[in-house]
Design a binder for this molecule. Sequence first.
Ligand SMILES: [Zn+2]
Length: 439
Amino acid sequence: MSGGVVTASVIGPLLCSVCNVRPRSRVVKSRARSTKRCYRLAVPAILDRLQILQRLVAFDTTSSKSNLACVDFLCELLDRPGVRLRRLPSPDGSKANLLVELGPPSDARRSGLMLSGHTDVVPALEPDWSSDPFTLTADGDRLAGRGSADMKGFIALAVETARNVELARLRAPLALLFTYDEEVGTLGAQRFAAEWSKTEPLPRLCVIGEPTSLGVVRMHKGHLKLRVVLRGAPAHSSMPHLGRNAIETAARAVAALGALRDTLREERSEWSDYFGEVPCVTLNVARIEGGVAVNVVPERCVIDVGLRLLPGMRSTEMIARVRAALEASIGTSPDGVTYTLEENGDSPPLLSPADAPHAALLCALVGQTEGRGVAYASDGGPLQALAIDSVLFGPGSIDVAHRANEWLPRAEFDRASGILARAVEHFCGHSSEKGGATA
Ligand SMILES: [Zn+2]
């Protein structure tokens, strides 16, 4: 790809606009408030949304790596008097969710608005990249870089919106939630939902900036990951009668799973019409591993299966159907191979109310009249455990995400900025606006 690198803002020796001294170091201690030392100005006060995106893309937040430096940067950008920042670390401390709250505390009405995005990105290992994936590169209307669409573009917009808010005018809370490990199973959002105190209310309405090309999506499929582990007995292949062959039994299990997939393909739910050419639950026999050598009867075989559930479906019921299929085919196996069925991750489907006011507002602003669903999972699934109603809405296309030369249309990025500002004004702004803070 041709085109120039977006000009970086000059990060020179900075003076704090508050205390007018040069910060001693660029180390961010955003939680440590001190009247004697300035911690705030490792970034300029006036980064525009494009510059914020440029900086965000430069952090390699591939899910296998830490996101803490990126979280530090977000804290720097957002920290100011009256803004409440909370880092919520992962179990091993290598990553963190970040919750940012502006305006009055959420109350029992749970008014206001939450904007949410995941900080992690998929690996940028494709050989076809035309430019450094971690350097935002402009080519006409295209802003290319890993995460530009999925979904640091939206994070940049959320940060910009929050920075532009006049805190004194907020009549309802504005919350930002930035998560880790969404791409590997919505793990950060699941931990947030599990650990968040139910006694601390959050806004009920949430916009998650997955790249929907500015479509408004209020439902999506889930992703349930299961693992079948088959255990036989090893033997020298010259004496097969002394062993129990786990791979041969696994072959029957795969056939049974294929038959279940065919059954699921014919079934419909009341939400099927929202899922276009794939209106059903999908089942993918994704990975199989077994055996150690050609002259050994294999003792062990592992099958990984992924199922994408439709909204309203319960994982427990689908697991029961998988178990029944396995039981019927191999449960009474005469060869003595045993198996276990393990849950290996569960991102629930999303289903927000048809009359959700944020969906209605966004639809009105973009001129969308029909409901939409998408086949991929998001943090909106786990956040339902906190009774948070999410809609997906963000610039960029899912079609270019997770690919080489991922790019964000500049025009959508700019348009989304104005739409988010309107949404925040509507749900959090001055209460005299009709349907505003108490919507
Ligand atoms: Zn995403």
